[in-house]
Design a binder for this molecule. Structure first.
Ligand code: ADP
Ligand code: F6P
Length: 350
């Protein structure tokens, strides 16, 4: 019988995390279950703060009802390397037992789910809600925050294109996503971008430049290239520092490649056209959750409480064909993410 549930958000904040907390709080209240908010991811379980309320505090309905529409995460979030140590996990499980917390809802990405899986193995029933903008979990069609992040990027690209069109300038737009190109791909599709580069696929600056030159030759002087932030390790070897230094742009040894330098390279390989770069940063995480993410949060929070109440634990919640479902953490984390190569090739060829 579950009487007290703990809830935490972990990893990068993502739109919809607060809505999920509210949903869990409402369902817990409906079942007469007390909810405890754990602050700053797994850090809150370590019991290091002078004031215990800075780590774990009761989350009654009155406290959380107003946070659904707030951005970021009310519970705060963090990355907690300490928690990767088995002895620290054991200590955290003991702390939860001492506080009478019977079960835990973890909102985060695959790293956070790994932590939850370890706690489950130590006898703490856990359920995970996939909260990350990256959409990098193979078992679910979407993660909480992904839809919002894509919408932010789409809006940004549309604005950038106004200037691209006005000035006849190609745009290089960098989006987040860590090692997953989902945000980049969906943004490219939704905006009709002519080129996309993702961390899943090898790419070559010369091929990109040839493609841009081809577009310019056909009169497209305002093409958009979307790049996933961690695409650089897949770039075909090329002495870009030498190339830029030889072509009038000073680059010092040790300076890393980035979106701005890629735009400079393309300019120099494409007849001097003023390619310009924009990096879309944390606006992707700090936006107001879309209806799709908010509804997912509502359903996922409800399912999380239902599962814990029925004693079905060690589960990751996901979304498939528009409906929430659950599967064991271990199976969920083993599922490889499919990369849509066909669409990738289509975007880069039309
Ligand atoms: P995400 O959850 O978005 O993937 P991270 O990979 O940064 O983000 O992980 C968030 C946190 O989850 C880490 O700071 C750590 O506290 C915990 N975590 C990550 N990997 C593990 C692991 N293998 N075992 C236990 N805890 C982990
Ligand atoms: O996981 C979400 C994410 O925004 C990634 O897209 C990005 O690589 C990373 O977090 C950035 O992390 P930080 O919060 O440390 O800047």
């Amino acid at each position: 019988m579950i009487r007290k549930i703990g809830i935490l958000t972990s990893g990068g904040d993502s739109p919809g995390m607060n809505a999920a907390v509210v949903s869990v709080a409402r369902c817990a209240a409906a079942h007469g279950i007390q909810l405890m908010g754990i602050k700053r991811g797994y850090n809150g379980l370590l019991g290091l703060s002078e004031n215990p309320e800075d780590d774990i505090a009761a989350l009654d309905l009155e406290t959380v009802l107003d946070i659904a529409d707030q951005r970021g995460t009310f519970l705060r979030t963090a990355r907690c390397d300490e928690f990767k140590k088995p002895e620290v996990q054991r200590q955290c499980a003991n702390n939860l037992r001492k506080l009478g917390i019977d079960a835990l809802v973890v909102i985060g990405g695959d790293g956070s789910f790994n932590g939850a899986m370890h706690l489950s193995e130590l006898g703490i029933p856990c359920v995970g809600i996939p909260g990350t903008i990256d959409n990098d979990l193979g078992y679910t069609e979407a993660t909480l925050g992904y839809d919002t992040a894509v919408n932010v990027c789409v809006e940004a690209v549309r604005s950038i294109r106004a200037t691209s069109r006005s000035h006849d300038r190609p745009a290089v737009v960098q989006v987040m996503g860590r090692n997953a190109g989902d945000i980049a791909m969906k943004t490219a599709m939704a905006t009709g971008a002519e080129m996309v580069v993702v961390p899943e696929m090898d790419w070559d600056v010369d091929v990109l430049a040839a493609r841009l030159n081809g577009l310019i030759a056909k009169g497209n002087t305002r093409a958009t290239l979307i790049i996933g932030e961690h695409c650089w390790h897949k770039m075909k070897e090329f002495d870009w520092r030498k190339f830029l230094n030889d072509n009038g742009k000073v680059v010092y040894p040790g300076e890393p490649i980035n979106a701005e330098r890629l735009a400079s390279i393309l300019k120099r390989k494409c007849g001097g056209i003023e390619a310009r770069a924009t990096v879309i940063g944390y606006t992707q995480r700090g936006a107001q959750a879309t209806a799709q993410d908010s509804a997912f949060a509502f359903e996922a929070g409800h399912l999380a409480v239902q599962l814990l109440n029925r004693g079905i634990t060690n589960q990751a919640i996901g979304i498939r064909h528009g409906r929430v479902f659950n599967m064991p953490f271990a199976d969920a984390l083993m599922m490889k993410k499919h990369f849509d190569r066909e669409t990738y090739e289509l975007i880069n060829s039309l």
